[in-house]
Design a protein around this ligand. Structure first.
Ligand code: DGY
Length: 321
C-alpha cells in the first residue's frame, strides 16, 4: 500500500476530527494549539502534502509564492477564505477548499443572540447585576428596542443569510435583502429584494451582515452607508470585521444614530477594538459563530471529506480553486 499523504492540521481540532484524520493520514498535529506565523507556514510546507488550516493562518500572496511545491491542497476548516489569496494559490497549482453549509445554523444562532442582546441591552444588564449595582427598578429602566414586527435587512443572502431569515420568522419581521443576484421565489420566501445596498439600508430597523470579506466588501458599512439607516437601527455582524468601518460605527453608536450593535467579528482579531469596549450599547463576542460541538465536528469532517476526495482522484465537493 502507498504511504499515506502527510497532512498538517495547523490548529487543535475536535477529538473526532483528529481521530479520523489520524486513521486516514500521516498527521502532524498541534496539541498546544499555537498559531503559526506566515514564515512558519512557509518553513513547514516542505514537510507536508496537504494542510488543513483555520482562518487564523494567513496564506497571502507572499506565502503562496514561497510555499513548497510539495503542498497540493489547502483544505480549510472555515467557510470564509479571506485569509487565503485564492488567485496566488491557484497560480501555484494548490487546490483550495472550504466548509460551507455545515456552520450556517450555528452562525445564524449567534446572529440572533447578538441581535436580541444588542436590542434588549443584555450586556449592560448583565454587567449591572454582576457588579452588584442593581439597586432600583422603574418603568423607564433599561428600556430597549423590540425586534418583533420590525423590518430586518440582510446583506448577503447565501446559506447563513437564508438560515438567519428562516430563524427570525417567529419574530414576524418583514425581511428585506441585498444579494449579488436575486434569489428564486422559493429561496426568497417572501423576502423583499433590493438591487443595491443603498436601496436596502433605509428599510433596515435591524441589519445583519452575511457576505464574505472581499476587496469589494471592505468597509461596506462606512459612514455614508450607516447614515442611510433609519435612526435608532441595530447592526449585527457575524461575517467578518473587514465589512465594517469601526471608526464610523463608533461615531454612529455615540451619536445615537444606531441604538446598538452586536458584533462577533472585528477588524483586529484576536483582541477586538478597545474603543468599542468603552461603549455600553455594543454587545460583543469573540468570533464564536461556528463554535458548537456539533458544528466543529461537521467542519472537521467536511474538510476531511474534501481531502479524501482529492487524494482518491475525485473533485473535492467544496473546491474553490
Ligand atoms: C468561518 O468558517 O469562516 C468562521 O468564521 C470560522 O473560521
Amino acid at each position: 500500500m502507498a504511504d499515506k499523504p502527510v497532512l498538517w492540521i495547523t490548529r487543535k481540532l475536535s477529538d473526532a476530527t483528529e481521530a479520523r484524520a489520524a486513521r486516514d493520514y500521516d498527521v502532524r498535529l498541534n496539541p498546544e494549539d499555537r498559531v503559526f506565523a506566515p514564515d512558519e507556514l512557509v518553513a513547514k510546507s516542505s514537510e507536508v502534502d496537504a494542510i488543513l488550516p483555520c482562518h487564523s493562518e494567513l496564506f497571502n500572496a507572499d506565502v503562496a509564492a514561497k510555499m513548497s511545491d510539495r503542498v497540493k491542497i489547502i483544505a480549510n476548516h472555515s467557510v470564509g477564505v479571506d485569509h487565503c489569496d485564492l488567485k496566488a494559490l491557484k497560480a501555484k497549482g494548490v487546490v483550495v477548499t472550504n466548509t460551507p453549509d455545515v456552520l450556517s445554523d450555528a452562525t445564524a444562532e449567534i446572529a440572533l443572540l447578538l441581535m436580541l442582546a444588542a436590542a434588549r441591552r443584555a450586556g449592560e444588564g448583565d454587567r449591572l447585576v454582576r457588579a452588584g449595582n442593581w439597586n432600583s427598578w422603574s418603568p423607564s429602566f433599561m428600556v430597549g428596542t423590540q425586534m418583533t414586527g420590525k423590518r430586518l435587512g440582510i446583506v448577503g443572502m447565501g446559506r447563513v443569510g437564508r438560515a438567519f431569515a428562516k430563524m427570525v420568522q417567529g419574530f414576524g419581521m418583514e425581511i428585506h435583502y441585498y444579494n449579488r443576484s436575486r434569489l428564486s421565489p422559493e429561496q426568497e420566501n417572501a423576502a423583499i429584494y433590493h438591487a443595491t445596498v443603498e436601496d436596502l439600508l433605509p428599510n433596515c430597523q435591524f441589519i445583519s451582515l452575511h457576505c464574505p470579506a472581499t476587496p469589494e466588501t471592505m468597509n461596506l458599512m462606512n459612514a455614508a452607508r450607516l447614515s442611510l439607516l433609519p435612526d435608532g437601527a441595530v447592526l449585527v455582524n457575524t461575517a467578518r470585521g473587514a465589512l465594517v468601518d469601526e471608526a464610523a460605527l463608533i461615531d454612529a453608536l455615540r451619536s445615537g444614530k444606531l441604538a446598538a450593535a452586536g458584533l462577533d467579528v472585528f477588524q483586529v482579531e484576536p483582541g477586538g477594538n478597545p474603543e468599542l469596549s468603552k461603549l455600553e450599547n455594543v454587545f460583543m463576542l469573540p468570533h464564536i459563530g461556528s463554535a458548537t460541538r456539533e458544528t466543529r465536528d461537521a467542519m472537521g469532517f467536511r474538510a476531511l471529506d474534501n481531502l479524501d476526495a482529492f487524494f482518491s482522484g475525485k473533485e473535492p465537493r467544496d473546491r474553490l480553486v
